[in-house]
Design a binder for this molecule. Structure first.
Ligand code: ADE
Length: 230
């Protein structure tokens, strides 16, 4: 079973939205597990401090390596095969490929930092993988961890039914998705493209491919590098 362990100062943020809908149903069906660990339990002193001022000076606070290591060690035994992630805007960009790989594994241990970041030494000391969900700064790692878990959980065998199954969706084909329509045939003067109502499946597939390529070229030229020129 895919086991997620979240290390956070805000355990109440989990499972949060992952307790609903597809991921929530899968959680209730025992297809994955979501465990939280409060980093504060390993905090130091009367105030259970988890952070301190940055060495060398500067603004903000840095989460302590000793506190984070104690929390990680309590959460995952030495023989735990799960990748250990730390959410960070400077991490490697999270991708659909990465989601597929992690979804096929035993689960994830995810450290969700607050404040300015974590002491660099715990990253090497515990073999943490720094992961970013995009080029913007969140106020903490929790929402990034939720995004990563959502992308992984839906790929766990048995979570998505045939209905939701995403073989043609964005990124799975290397392209952004083609436009979709449903009834009514005309809405506010806008009609469904005739070809989709033609019943000619070969022509429809060709149209969809062309539309996916057009949208990918327009919106994500970085993904469209290998596409033939129109
Ligand atoms: N923490 C703050 N911003 C983040 C981001 N963009 N990705 C992952 N973790 C973060």
């Amino acid at each position: 079973m895919f086991r997620a362990t979240l290390l956070t100062l805000f355990p109440a943020m989990f499972p949060g939205p992952l307790g609903q809908s597809l991921a929530g149903d899968a959680l209730a069906r025992g297809l994955w597990a979501c465990e939280t660990r409060d980093i504060r339990e390993h905090g130091l002193g009367k105030h259970r401090a988890v952070d301190d001022t940055p060495a060398g000076g500067g603004f903000g606070m840095v989460m302590r390596a000793d506190v984070l290591a104690a929390s990680l060690d309590a959460a995952a035994a030495a023989d735990d095969a799960r990748p250990k992630l730390v959410m960070s805007p400077r991490g490697a960009p999270f991708t659909q490929r990465q989601a597929r790989e992690w979804a096929a594994g035993p689960g994830l241990v995810i450290l969700c930092p607050r404040f300015e970041g974590v002491d660099e030494r715990v990253i090497a000391g515990r073999g943490l993988i720094e992961v970013s969900i995009g080029d913007y700064v969140l106020s903490g790692g929790e929402i990034a961890a939720l995004a990563i878990l959502d992308a992984c959980v839906r790929l766990i065998p048995g979570v998505m039914g045939k209905e939701e199954s995403g073989h043609e969706e964005s990124f799975e084909t290397g392209l952004l998705e083609y436009p979709q329509y449903t009834r009514p045939r005309e809405w506010e003067g806008r009609a469904i493209p005739d070809i989709l109502l033609s019943g000619d499946h070969a022509k429809i597939a060709k149209w969809r491919r062309a539309e996916a390529e057009r949208i990918t070229r327009e919106r994500r030229p970085d993904l469209a590098l290998d596409l033939p020129r129109p």
